[in-house]
Write a protein that binds this ligand. Sequence first.
Ligand code: KG4
Ligand code: ZN
Length: 364
Amino acid sequence: MKILGIETSCDETAAAVVEDGRRLLSNVVSSQIDIHKEYGGVVPEIAARSHIEAVLPVVHEALRVAFPTLPVADAWNQIDGIAVTYGAGLLGSLLIGTLTARTQALLHNKPLYAINHVEGHVYANFLTETTLEGYTLPHRQPEFPLLALIVSGGHTQLVLFEDHFKYQLLGRTHDDAIGEAFDKAAKILGLPYPGGPSIALAAAKGDPNAYSLPKANMADKYAFSYSGLKTALLRAAQREIGEDFTFPSHKLSERLSEAQKANFAASFQHVAIETVVDKTLKAYEEFGPKSVVIAGGVAASQELRRQLHERLPIPIDYTDPKLCTDNGAMVAALGCFVAKLKPESAKSHQADPLTLETMPNLVM
Ligand code: KG4
Ligand code: ZN
């Protein structure tokens, strides 16, 4: 079974073809990062307009790479269904992907699968085979019960999967997501968007113990909070240059030396990552899952992988960082399982191409 996946929930226009939920045949991502960089974050209106321009070329490229010897019309005949992210995400962005998928499903007479974006991130870990160059994939698929740490620009949560489509949310963030905190911290330090990679780069030259930043102490043991950490970083940076809390954050980075920025980046990254690792370890001890996976853009973090490797008793088979940030392959992979297992009343499900609506606030 070959599924075409389409993903446009935020600032990546992406499409991919996956076979049987494990074999990656193509993965095309057109990133808008350079457009949004100028504004220091994603501008929803610009994102939606960019998706309109990119979506059809990206879908065609995904088909061309998956079936290099066939013309596009014949490549469509090889596709058994179309999976598309219908939530959570930015409304305008989601609309472009879902309308494209709905139209193509009607045009080519294919079943349509509506995919929950956050659940999709987890399924990037089910991809174990590819002939595409430049991918390092896990050697085998995760097993159930499966503990998933989902860390992205919009989500920070621990989810325990008993089986496909049967899961329990252990806890999530009460305010900012970890990726959002990285992006905001980068802005304070005058580092480019997206914050995760640019903080990692600066942190490589810094001392993670240079500044003591707090971990949120939550009543609920699997809950997260990242808004305090961001503010703590701001206050520490203001103090460092001899100013008080009234000093404007956008002027801070001009007054910080490269060494100070590196130390702040390293200290911030260390604590931000240690917080999710602490709770993953706690959940591992409580529930004893067979596999642990990490998913979402922040799962690309080498520091997260390093800390988990150091502290978790079982090894994690990590996926390629390119499959951690938003992509169509994760959507297509989950689409294969929806098509095969036909879950009833699940968040990811088969949908009617005439009526599928977007759900910007969809949760797991
Ligand atoms: O999953 P994703 O591409 O989009 C959402 O669904 O949110 O995640 C984007 C987030 C951004 O906040 C970005 O700063 C973070 O993932 N990110 C990273 C890395 N690459 C992207 N964070 C830490 N280390 C990275 N290498
Ligand atoms: Zn995402």
